[in-house]
Design a protein around this ligand. Structure first.
Ligand code: GDD
Length: 357
């Protein structure tokens, strides 16, 4: 069985991180977004993963060289010369996706995190006998998503409305699909939206079925959800693989620390913190609900809360970073500076405080 991951979006909502690193390679819980998906696909025996890309192809190809070997899975790129939307990339990769076996294949959006219950989805797909399956989740604010109205007993989808203007229901498209090859006959090789153009037609033919996802789900393609998603993901690790989390009297709640990171005396760390490789945390630092990517340096007595600190950035002594501040790669925040809700560009030097409401 094969899978295609849609990795073409520009990641505008994750700027300034995505100004230097393509969205699929931005770290989440100490590994690139895309690796969470690739590992989940490998775990259920997928034989080949195709990445549908349309920009920064060179960076992606470099990354893939290493990953293919480490993960032990065939991974290839299907490169668009213009953005083909969320359905067009399937037409472009048609031959590779279907192959001789003519089996169903998975399609995944690249900016989502969940427990990836893909085996359950295969069983669901085989059982309903339709043409396409989508995984749905219940959320409080469905307006930013594709909303699904379905028959609760059979799962048959009655309506699919992408980002509706008015309230339609709380079940939303998670961006995980399992399609029969015949779905490809509905998609032409041109920019096409799966959600607006393809799903409504499969619904009209009564061949789209939805399965409610088990466990947590989050779209981590924007900072607020990225931080909430980290909390859900670390909690999932606590229940399934707690040895991956840091365990010592000094940590509060769930904390993930790469073994190469150095932590000084008297720090308060947690809950919901991810500290990447080669980070250095000086003494008496306070970290909660935040991510420090590879090579970050945090000065003594600094505080970081509800924020994301990009690769190799430095936070000065006694600085305070909070309120959804996002710091791009290689930035320097001077000693004592306070950043609230700030967006800091890569490689910039921040000398004065910024307090956004
Ligand atoms: N290859 C390629 N080419 N990929 C693309 C392109 C393109 O032109 N445009 C978008 N993508 C990828 C994005 O990288 C992302 O993985 C996925 O397609 C979804 O695209 P977005 O345009 O970012 O959609 P969204 O996040 O606002 O909404 C989608 O995801 C929601 C769940 O998080 C929709 O599928 C919604 O229905 C869904 O609820």
């Amino acid at each position: 069985m094969k899978a295609i991951i849609l990795v073409g979006g520009l990641g505008a909502r994750l700027r300034p991180l995505t100004l230097t690193v393509p969205k699929p390679l931005v770290d989440f819980a100490n590994k690139p977004f895309i690796l969470h998906q690739i590992e989940a696909l490998k775990a259920i025996g997928i034989s080949e993963v195709i990445l549908a890309i349309n920009y920064q192809a060179g960076v992606m190809l470099n990354f893939l060289k290493n990953i293919e070997e480490n993960v032990g899975l065939k991974i290839s790129c299907s490169q668009e010369t213009e953005p083909l939307g969320t359905a067009g990339p399937l037409a472009l990769a048609r031959e590779r996706l279907v192959g001789r076996a003519k089996e169903p294949f998975f399609v995944l959006n690249s900016d989502i995190i969940c427990e990836f219950p893909l085996k359950d989805m295969i069983a669901f797909h085989k059982h309903h006998g339709g043409e396409a399956s989508i995984m749905v989740a219940e959320v409080e604010d469905p307006s930013k998503y594709g909303v699904v109205i379905m028959d609760e007993k059979t799962g048959k989808v009655e309506k699919f409305i992408e980002k509706p203007q008015k309230f339609m229901g709380v079940k939303i498209n998670t961006g995980i699909y399992l399609f029969n090859p015949s779905v490809l006959d509905r998609i032409q090789l041109k920019p096409t939206s799966m959600e607006k153009e393809v799903f409504p037609k499969i619904v009209d033919d009564k061949k789209l079925y939805a399965m409610v996802i088990s466990g947590f789900w989050m779209n981590i393609g924007q900072p607020k959800n990225y931080i909430s998603g980290l909390s859900l993901y670390l909690d999932f690790l606590r229940h399934t693989c707690s040895s991956k989390l840091a365990s010592s009297g000094n940590f509060i709640g769930n904390v993930l620390i790469d073994k190469s990171a150095r932590i000084g005396e008297g720090c308060s760390i947690g809950p919901d913190v991810a500290i990447g490789p080669n980070c250095v945390i000086e003494s008496n630092v306070d970290l909660s609900h935040c991510t420090l990517m590879k090579g970050v340096h945090i000065g003594g007595r600094a505080k970081v809360c509800n924020s994301i600190i990009g690769w190799n950035s430095t936070i000065g002594n006694s600085a305070q970073v909070y309120g959804l501040t996002i710091i791009g790669e290689g930035a320097n925040v001077n000693d004592g500076v306070e950043l609230k809700g700030a967006t800091i560009f890569p490689h910039s030097v921040v000398k004065a405080s910024i307090r956004n409401s």
